[in-house]
Ligand binder design. Sequence first.
Ligand code: SAM
Length: 278
Amino acid sequence: MTKECAALYVVPTPLGNLADLTRRAEEILSSVPWVAAEDTRHSGTLLKSIGAAARLLPAHRHNEQAAAARIIERLQAGEAVALITDAGTPGVSDPGARIVAAVRAAACRVVPLPGPCAAVTALSAAGLVDEHFLFYGFLPAKAGQRRQVIEDLRGQSAALVFYEAPHRVLETVADLAAILGERTLVIARELTKLFESIHSCPLGAALDWLQADPDRQRGEFVLLVSGAPEQSDAAEGERVLQLLLADGLPVKQAAKLAAAITGMAKNALYDRALALKS
Ligand code: SAM
């Protein structure tokens, strides 16, 4: 008879404040025989601080498949494994998803624990009133690719949530301001740590604010941008008319096409086109 698989526990760890390790996380980390960790040295310190005696398995971005195979071996031998990363929730801009997929494919149980995550922590204090949010994580490091991604996100009505490193925060904020226009930006820095700061401002004023004090550019960042403002019908009609008129279409034809594109009344568009033309 084959032994039943033990469970893989996905365990979020503190973003900076050790007191944010949940009781359940502490219980699991203290009771499992194995902990798979992104950086075994870094996590060794956390485990030591709670008196956990688990053995460590390396599970980082560059060995996820091999780590998954080792983890499944342990689980199939009936030994539970906890998966952790350096900070926050595994699989959120962190390794973990491939391991979880492989463990599930091997028909072993995956047990998620709720806990610290920088994106959710920042959102909870950002005060952005958009109904939805879109978590993007890290934008590409290369300027051209980064600008293209931001351009692709421009029409999103959901608030946008990015992770950013201190050495790229100025260029990223400059690109967000240039491409997204007037929105609210919330800069959440060093969450749960001594120098935690959460600053909201118009996106266009953010670069000056960051540059006014080098300390504002230090540490770990979550950048949150309010969603694209709803285009009012009138603004949308005007935008379409302007494009058609700029293309040289006569007023009557521009109004007809704009009505077909936007579903707005042709007469109103005709009047507006005449006004724009003059
Ligand atoms: N898995 C983690 C989570 O659940 O949030 C994220 C890991 S990702 C490699 C690290 C990034 O998360 C940092 O570059 C930063 O953007 C964000 N981050 C992590 N800790 C943070 C903190 N204390 N304050 C602000 N942002 C933080």
